[in-house]
Design a protein around this ligand. Structure first.
Ligand code: LLP
Length: 434
């Protein structure tokens, strides 16, 4: 089996591949392409390295922490950003040494911090003053620390995934002096603060905000050098690059982006003598376009509306395998695949609905062939990021199987669907409940 990569870089399976995968593993199914994923990491890494002499690429595993994905990304030379002890343990289970991980989180628990010490993660990204105290009080060798800063830039994206502005729960504000206070406090306690970090938002189609974030960090470390002689070794500007959820979104050129980002930081550091390692930690850009979800069409229904008629195409998945349309109104590219090889009739505009017991609209106003019917498939592109990672058991559906298309064209399951036993394994019914 060979994968066809669309001219615009997103993974698209051929109709035969869709039918073969669906017949082998059932649907819904997440399909990840190994070669595509390796090329995505390679493209970003090469661009970043070309743009600056000292760089490090970290993969934000919150986007997709399927173990096989972590292993591929790590083997391509990425470090792994983890936002919880669970993600840290996933990285370890995938064979990533803790020394290659960075722990994030805005409300870390003492247990998470202790685990980071004991397992020896490379870095903890510190978010708040209470955390500075918790770290200082933790026994053992303290990992290197980064301070998460709020640079006060407003990204243009969905409000739920904007984090760089001043009014945010994340990090220490630069403008009101909190960042400086945090740095001085940590240094006074003898903690190993090696640098600063920000992450301004996600699915950023225009990278001005990340560039602004990088410049704000450069300005901060410049000031800290001048005022306190603090020498930063690392500047990490987070992730956030957008992918092509719509056909008319322009693909972001990682070279152009990395060049602008690193040039902005270098300019901000001019004359300071500071020469930190620059770090980025994209999640969505790395994995998002390397995966598709295949659904089966279960029924097609046309109903009266106030102004006419609407056609519903109901599929065998929905908000439990992809909550992003419900949460963020996120669009997705959808391709129709006939179940039996028959041709497409001219398009009709339909609403694709999931199978959950509420509206569960997945994709609205989609043009699909008018002869779409039960037994056909829908291939949804760009489902690698924040789909499997945010899947749930709503309505007691099992989270879907994930399949990896290997570079030799074979395919293999890398995560099976949950069993009923697994779903009920955590539950205890008190014996005296009548
Ligand atoms: N670094 C930090 C500290 C982050 O918080 C995030 C994402 C990233 C890196 C990676 O960002 P990316 O390159 O993937 O945009 N559930 C939402 C996305 C939340 C992103 C949270 N942080 C969604 O489905 O759109």
């Amino acid at each position: 089996m060979t994968t066809e990569v669309a001219v615009d870089s997103r993974l698209v399976l051929t109709d035969e591949q869709v039918r073969e995968i669906a017949a082998t593993y059932g649907t819904p199914v997440y399909v990840i392409d190994e070669g595509h994923l390796r090329r995505r990491v390679g493209a970003f890494k090469t661009a970043f390295e070309k743009s600056h002499p000292k760089t490090e690429l970290t993969y934000a595993s919150k986007a997709n922490s399927t173990l096989a994905v972590l292993r591929i990304v790590y083997s391509e030379g990425c470090l792994i950003d983890v936002a919880s002890e669970g993600e840290l343990r996933a990285a370890l289970a995938a064979g990533v040494p803790a020394k290659k991980t960075h722990l994030h989180g805005n409300a870390k628990t003492a247990q998470e911090i202790k685990a980071a010490f004991d397992l020896e993660v490379a870095q903890i990204v510190v978010d708040n003053f209470e955390e500075v105290d918790m770290i200082a009080a933790t026994d053992g060798k303290c990992p290197d620390l980064m301070l998460r800063l709020a640079p006060g830039v407003d990204p243009k994206t969905n409000a739920k995934i904007s984090t760089g502005q001043a009014d945010t729960k994340f990090g220490f504000n630069i403008a009101d002096g909190s960042a400086e206070q945090a740095l001085l406090k940590a240094l006074l306690l003898g903690l190993p603060v090696i640098g600063v970090h920000c992450h301004v938002g996600s699915q950023l189609v225009e990278p001005d905000a990340q560039i602004g974030g990088g410049q704000a960090l450069a300005g901060f470390v410049r000031e800290m050098k001048q005022k306190h002689g603090y020498v930063t070794q690392v500047i990490n500007v987070g992730g956030g690059l957008a992918i092509r959820y719509t056909d008319d979104t322009e693909a972001i050129d990682p070279q152009k982006y990395c060049d602008e980002l690193t040039a902005g930081i270098r300019k901000g550091l001019e004359g300071t003598g500071l020469d930190p390692v620059l770090v980025q930690e994209p999640g969505r850009w790395i994995i998002g376009e390397s995966c598709v979800t295949i659904y089966s069409v279960n029924n097609v229904k046309t109903v009266p509306t106030k102004t006419g008629r609407r056609r519903y195409v109901s599929v065998d998945g929905g908000m439990s395998d992809n909550p992003r349309p419900a949460l963020y109104g996120s669009p997705y590219p959808v391709r129709w695949v006939s179940g039996d090889g028959r041709g497409a009739k001219p398009d009709a505009v339909v609403r694709v609905a999931g199978k959950h017991c509420e509206s569960d609209t997945l994709f609205d106003d989609k043009a699909l062939p008018a002869n779409v019917r039960k037994g056909d498939y829908l291939q949804v592109l760009c489902t690698g990021a924040y789909n499997a990672a945010m899947a749930s058991n709503y309505n007691r559906y099992s989270r879907p199987v994930s399949v990896l298309i290997r570079e030799d064209g074979t395919h293999t399951m890398v995560q099976r669907a949950e069993t009923w036993e697994e779903q009920f394994a955590r539950e205890i019914v008190p014996e005296d409940l009548s």
